[in-house]
Design a protein. Structure first.
Ligand SMILES: [Zn+2]
Length: 99
């Protein structure tokens, strides 16, 4: 279990990265050296804390490259396996930034 302060530091770093450019979960995972599933947890928390700062986590959602289907909010952080519409697995990854 990480100390609270470390998690705060990582979240601040993620917010600062996303304030300067649009990044995917994989980009963030490499930038802060954490597994992608931990990034997802941080993003969830960051989204809520940004609301209190009158900022917003902007999401370019996962999108099917074959039929253009856009994935809804429920799957915004975790990469979907296949398109529910055309069953294709060519999915464009979601990107995030802070505004
Ligand atoms: Zn599709």
């Amino acid at each position: 279990m990480e100390p609270f302060d470390d998690r705060q530091t990582i979240r601040q770093e993620i917010i600062s990265l996303l304030s300067s450019e649009e990044l995917t979960i994989r980009d963030l995972s490499q930038a802060v050296s954490l597994p992608e599933k931990e990034i997802v947890g941080h993003l969830d928390h960051i989204e809520r804390s940004l609301q209190r700062q009158k900022k917003k986590l902007m999401i370019t959602p996962y999108k099917c490259l074959t039929c253009g289907f856009t994935f809804d909010k429920r799957t915004r952080f975790t990469k979907p396996g296949r398109c529910p519409d055309c069953k294709n697995s060519h999915i464009q990854v979601a990107q995030f930034y802070v505004k």
